[in-house]
Write a protein that binds this ligand. Structure first.
Ligand SMILES: [Zn+2]
Length: 100
């Protein structure tokens, strides 16, 4: 009889007459501390992954917003340095002129 472990989610063959919980696989029955530790690690990884995903999305949105604002302000991001520089408008009026 194949059952799915309620602790680790692994499928296991439930042997009738064996001691242990009917919904917990033998390895979990034998080593509940290890299973709890693994479950905690998995949960932490899952939460970290969710957080990382959210941070990435938020960061991307913020970056787009920043870029838009920078464009409005006439600033240009320098990709390699992660700093900002002023883009000088190339208009004839702002160009230095030679005294004639
Ligand atoms: Zn298990």
């Amino acid at each position: 009889m194949i059952k799915t472990c309620s602790k680790c989610g692994a499928e296991f063959d439930l042997l009738s007459g064996k001691p242990g919980f009917a919904t917990v696989c033998p390895s979990c029955t034998q080593n509940p501390e290890e299973t709890a530790r693994r479950a905690a690690v998995r949960e932490r990884e899952r939460k970290a992954w969710i957080k990382a995903t959210k941070d990435t999305e938020r960061g991307r949105e913020k970056e787009i917003q920043d870029d838009e604002w920078l464009a409005i302000l006439g600033l240009v991001k320098v990709p390699s340095s992660n700093r900002f520089t002023v883009s000088v408008p190339m208009e004839s009026d702002s160009r230095p002129r030679k005294a004639s």
